[in-house]
Ligand binder design. Structure first.
Ligand code: MRU
Length: 377
């Protein structure tokens, strides 16, 4: 692997002049913005496993390019393609976009003559890349209309009560469902970016998102880069803010959504949804349709939940006063740790699913309707 300064802000980009695949190494953010070149299938697997790339849509696109890299190295026979698919599928279990991308590439590649497979894999990976950008931009527009309506309602209610005009619309988000979690735009944060473009004065409450702190390090970084006002809060603060009228809406992403509307996302999402429900605050989930697993009905029982290393909980990394990144231990040595990466929010707590095809209800009939529309397209 070689490092070089970034020439693009996209989380993953393909350089056609060099036939090279580059990703932003997210484990270095917010301290250093650096791209790494993925040269082999093994590089792509390592990038996903070590979370240089993360976020459901980006994992899927990275897997597609990983498969291309495997084929480019000459592993073009059907058993070799199947082995590469299996290897990539094992990298992370929860985000269904990974399997979705691999299924799509396999179905394109297997019927094709072996000599044509590398070129076909590249064009399919590039298609996924472009589709991800378009889907995130489109779902952002649909979600932005909801935020705009909430903003108008908030202003009208303040006027009715004879209060001064509100200064901002407060949106709470969890983890990083931003441009960094996709190729560009993001899911939950695409909604924020598009609302800002429409003139809604959005302020984002950012959950720090222990243990890996994707909110603190990634969401704060990308909101800062784009000039969106935001405030970092500890993971347990959301309920308190909601009780005191300081949250107008929650918008989060998803790693897998079932055909009945249950939503699996970063651990802690469920508690935010419960608090939002109790305080009658809209709780939206923004996701491209590649995140919907139409095979599964019951999210609680059927979605595989990733369990990660104890080290992520016992240790924390950050920038020391001397400017170097350090890891320090938080706990007594040998402390027993449980580290589930995701939880499931039942559909009944979800106000709406914001997709590139519009905002739909989180229930079986609405998802069946969407599936029917997708199969006709
Ligand atoms: O473990 P991560 O960082 O890959 O988890 C990411 C999330 O939970 C995101 O919210 C989810 O993938 C949606 S991203 C658009």
């Amino acid at each position: 692997m070689s490092d070089k300064p970034p020439v693009s802000q996209q989380s993953l980009r393909y350089d056609a002049t060099q036939d090279s695949v580059w990703i932003i190494d997210q484990t270095q953010l917010p301290h250093v913005l650096v791209e790494r070149e993925l040269k082999t299938l093994a590089d792509a697997c390592e990038a996903i496993e070590a979370m240089w790339v993360r976020g459901a849509p980006l994992i899927g696109v990275t897997a597609a390019f990983g498969l291309y890299l495997g084929l480019r190295s000459g592993a073009v026979t059907t058993p070799e393609v199947n082995a590469a698919v299996q290897r990539l599928a094992q990298t992370r279990p929860t985000a269904v976009n990974l399997q979705w991308a691999l299924d799509r590439l396999s179905s394109i590649l297997i019927p094709v003559d072996v000599a044509q497979r590398p070129a076909r894999a590249l064009s399919a990976a590039l298609e996924l890349h472009a589709e991800d950008v378009a889907a995130c931009a489109a779902l952002g527009e649909h979600g932005a209309v909801r935020l705009e309506n909430l903003w108008h309602t908030k202003c009208a209610q303040a006027e009715e009560r004879g209060e001064s005009a509100p200064s901002q619309l407060n949106v709470l988000t969890h983890c990083n469902a931003g441009a960094l979690a996709t190729v560009d735009w993001g899911t939950a944060l695409a909604v924020v970016y598009k609302a800002c473009e429409r003139g809604v004065p959005v302020h984002v409450w950012v959950d720090e998102t222990r243990p890996r702190n994707q909110g603190a390090s990634l969401t704060c970084w990308e909101l800062g880069e784009r000039g969106v006002p935001h405030t970092l809060i500890v993971d347990n603060a959301g309920g308190h803010l909601m009780q005191h009228g300081l949250v107008d809406c929650c918008v989060v992403g998803s790693d897998r959504t079932t055909r009945e509307g249950d939503v699996c996302n970063k651990i802690g999402t469920y508690l935010k949804a419960l608090a939002a429900f109790d305080n009658k605050i809209p709780f939206y989930v923004a996701l491209p349709v590649s995140t919907i697993d139409f095979e599964l009905a019951d999210g609680l029982r059927e979605i595989p939940i990733e369990e990660r290393s104890a080290y992520e909980v016992t240790h924390i990394s950050g920038l020391g006063d001397d400017g170097t990144v350090r890891r320090v231990r938080l706990t007594p040595a040998g402390t027993a740790v449980s580290n589930f990466g995701f939880d499931v929010t039942p559909a009944r707590l979800v106000t709406g699913l914001i997709t590139e095809h519009g905002v739909i209800e989180a229930n079986a009939p609405a998802l069946a309707n969407l599936q029917a529309r997708l199969s006709q397209a």
